[in-house]
Design a binder for this molecule. Structure first.
Ligand SMILES: [Zn+2]
Length: 401
């Protein structure tokens, strides 16, 4: 799909250089691992299997789950691996042989291990030296490889690690045939340019024909997705997401925002069933009892809601005036709101919907009335195709400028 000048988003895509930079950026979804680390979130085995099927059908490339948390998680991992899904299932474990054994007994073909590599993680969490960390990591890497399995190694807290040590570790992993290295911003401290430089320094120092890079960015300051995308511009080719952005503290990029950013803005050639996004979000909300915030991009109830009178008028003529994509593409719906901000245009549409006279006098009276009521939003309607046609076809509907 090339850019077309009759596309309302045309100039934005030119600024974004969407045609120039395009490469396929993959998605690993970690709802079943990182997502379950969100406060109060715990899925049942049945729910985990259902989520895995939905994610696979949506089209993510990899799904991550940890078998070491409990026997329940072990059974879930084993059962999900047996489903024969298209996505790779990664068993996520600590960088320890005994954990790798658990992954192997689940039947995993991909093992994802992690180890804190920053000085603070080495000294306070693992209580080992850099040299000991390197020896331990390599032993585990070789152990996984000796079983003929594919491996990912996560350099936990990479963004706060001495670059010399980070590069040394990445080079070792690269040399030992590890398929993927994950570069996380574990504490969400990076800005996009910083994340770019962090990934670039790894990219420039390893043989990329042997190893690919993941980015795992935390959202403590709300920059997770921007940072992850910057990391991909520097050479990573896989973003970690969770449905609704669940995860430790404030989580990681949401699957919905990542999927739409990749498809619409980055023109990445993924085969994603975007229309499932709202349902995925609703399913998780049901399973977790966590409400989807109204203002959540893509899947929130307000994501395609239009309120100001001038917006309503433009939306009814051509939704592209205030929307970058059709809500139905992502399984959401367009809504219009009538209230004190409706103005004359909004009032005219409301009169038309109710089958009343839509003359200038009536519209002005209603608009004034809505304002004087001071009750905020009075009426919200889904603007489906049928309703949109009715309004537009209504001969009486000629809003006087
Ligand atoms: Zn994380």
């Amino acid at each position: 799909m090339s850019l077309k000048s009759d596309d309302p988003n045309y100039y934005a895509h030119i600024y974004n250089e969407s045609d120039k930079d395009r490469k396929r950026i993959r998605i690993l979804d970690s709802t079943l691992r990182e997502g379950e680390q969100h406060p109060k979130v715990s899925f049942t085995t049945k729910q985990r299997i259902q989520i895995a099927w939905m994610l696979d059908s949506f089209g993510v490339d990899q799904i991550e789950i940890s078998p070491i948390i409990s026997t329940d998680h072990f059974e879930s991992t084993k059962t999900i691996i047996k489903q024969g899904l298209k996505a790779d299932i990664l068993a996520h474990v600590r960088a320890m042989k005994s954990d790798v054994d658990i992954a192997i007994s689940c039947g995993a073909s991909w093992v994802a291990t992690y180890m804190g590599v920053s000085d603070i993680h080495l000294s306070t969490k693992l209580k080992i030296t850099r040299e000991e960390a390197k020896i331990r990591a390599l032993e585990v890497a070789d152990y996984i490889k000796s079983h003929g399995l594919k491996a990912r190694f996560t350099m936990e807290d990479a963004s706060r690690t001495d670059p010399a040590f980070l590069i040394e570790m990445c080079k070792e992993m690269n040399g030992h045939g590890i398929e993927r290295i994950s570069i996380p911003d574990t504490v969400g401290i990076m800005r996009p340019r910083g994340m770019y430089r962090l990934v670039k320094v790894v990219y420039d120092n390893i043989d990329m024909s042997k190893t690919s890079l993941d980015v795992h960015c935390h959202n403590d300051v709300g920059l997770a997705l921007a940072n992850a995308l910057a990391g991909c511009e520097a050479g990573a080719d896989q973003i970690h997401t969770t449905i609704d952005g669940l995860g430790e503290r404030t989580g990681i990029p949401t699957l919905a925002e990542s999927a739409v950013a990749l498809t619409l803005i980055y023109k990445s050639n993924n085969d994603l069933r975007l229309h499932m996004l709202r349902d995925l979000s609703k399913t998780i909300s049901q399973y977790t009892d966590l409400e989807i915030p109204e203002s959540k991009p893509i899947v929130g109830d307000s994501a395609y809601k239009h309120k100001a009178g001038t917006h309503l008028a433009a939306i009814l003529r051509n939704p592209s005036a205030y929307e970058i994509l059709e809500p139905k593409i992502v399984g959401n719906r367009r809504k219009i709101v009538f209230g004190e901000l409706a103005g004359k245009n909004g009032a005219t549409y409301l009169l038309s919907l109710l089958g009343l006279e839509t003359g200038q006098h009536e519209a002005e009276t209603l608009a004034r009335g809505l304002k004087e009521l001071r009750m905020g939003d009075i009426l919200e309607l889904y603007l489906d195709d049928r309703l949109e046609r009715k309004i537009l076809n209504d001969a009486a509907l000629k809003v006087k400028e």
